[in-house]
Ligand binder design. Structure first.
Ligand code: SF4
Length: 325
């Protein structure tokens, strides 16, 4: 299996105000240039505004998350700030259910932060008396989308200004997209193993322990029904990639690749590669410097395993989508 990345733009859902459309309660927008101009080079956006879609209009009175009481498992509803009788909890959930078939095609979702509809984390919640309670809420629409698509890569627009978070989101979207192109339609165990094998060193760069556990789980594939097995593997792969790739774990993965190539390198070439990996480990060189040299030596190896490694594919920094680090 040779998985190709970025053959065409990948469909990604997005909060419509992030696109620059004036759909917010105050008739404003939250345009993100990083999303539209930078990530728009590889994403084909599906913009949705749930509050407009359920008929709240623009401009509109604001809404907020309200907990029925302070206890941890108290019910959370979405209510009007001005008109306390307004309750749009069910319409927002129903709207998410109605667009779920359309969202089957997306391979990621960018949500607007701090919104009672779209926020992914840390949304402010209030008590019925109007007092602010905590900032542990999730937007009602976003929460429902997550229920429909538990492995879909999701991120908040504001966090994507951070280059490392952006790189991580791109890596997850590329992997989720690749899974659907290579496995989802034909989830035979052999194809799942091929997929895991191609991603193995990239996964190791994100979380060594969980990657080893996934390898053990895959070795036990006969104990599971095929669809259940595919769902579990997909979930584990996406969970591993959600960890930021640490320099230490990435160094370890690069050394594994080096190990596969060393029999084809001269003593001087081996020394140069070792020096470069060490420079990367201590922060003197970006990962792309090591990857470039590894790719240069790659044609010398006849082994398909190493040629198929997604770790060696062009990384988001090399595509100009985030900083080199
Ligand atoms: S955060 Fe969501 S609901 Fe609010 S304006 Fe943006 S798209 Fe619409």
């Amino acid at each position: 299996m040779n998985i190709e990345l970025l053959t065409q733009k990948i469909p990604v859902g997005i909060s419509q105000c992030v696109m620059g459309d004036a759909v917010r309660y105050n008739a404003g927008h939250k345009h993100s240039r990083v999303c539209t101009q930078l990530l728009g080079r590889c994403f084909e956006y599906v913009p949705l505004c749930p509050e407009v879609a359920i008929g709240l209009g623009v401009p509109r009175d604001p809404i907020r998350l309200v907990k029925s009481d302070p206890s941890p498992d108290a019910e959370v509803r979405v209510k009007g700030v001005v008109d306390e009788d307004l309750d749009v909890t069910v319409p927002l959930r129903d709207y998410a259910d109605s667009v779920a078939p359309e969202l089957q095609q997306v391979r990621g979702y960018i949500f607007m932060q701090n919104s009672p509809s779209c926020g992914l984390r840390g949304v402010r919640r209030y008590l019925p008396n109007g007092h602010s309670h905590d900032s542990d809420g999730v937007g009602m629409f976003a929460a429902r989308v997550r229920e429909h698509f538990p492995h879909l890569p999701m991120e908040e627009a504001g966090r994507l200004n951070n280059s490392e978070i952006r790189e991580n989101f791109l890596t997850r979207v590329f992997a989720y997209d690749a899974w659907f192109r290579y496995v989802e339609e034909d989830p035979r165990t052999a194809r799942i193993i091929e997929f895991y094998t191609a991603y193995k060193y990239l996964l190791l760069a994100h979380h060594q322990q969980q990657t080893r556990e996934l390898g053990q789980f895959i070795a036990d594939s006969k104990a599971y029904e095929p669809r259940e097995f595919a769902f579990e593997v997909r979930g584990r792969i996406m969970a591993i990639l959600a960890h930021m790739a640490s320099r230490k774990d990435r160094t370890n993965a690069l050394m594994h690749v080096q190990g596969h190539l060393k029999e084809f390198l001269s003593r001087e070439e081996k020394a140069e590669l070792t020096r470069l990996i060490e420079d990367y480990r201590v922060g003197l060189k970006p990962a792309s410097a090591v990857l470039t040299l590894l790719r240069h030596y790659l044609p010398r190896s006849p082994h398909h395993f190493i040629h198929s490694q997604l770790l060696l594919a062009a990384e988001p920094a090399e595509m100009g989508l985030c900083d080199f680090h």
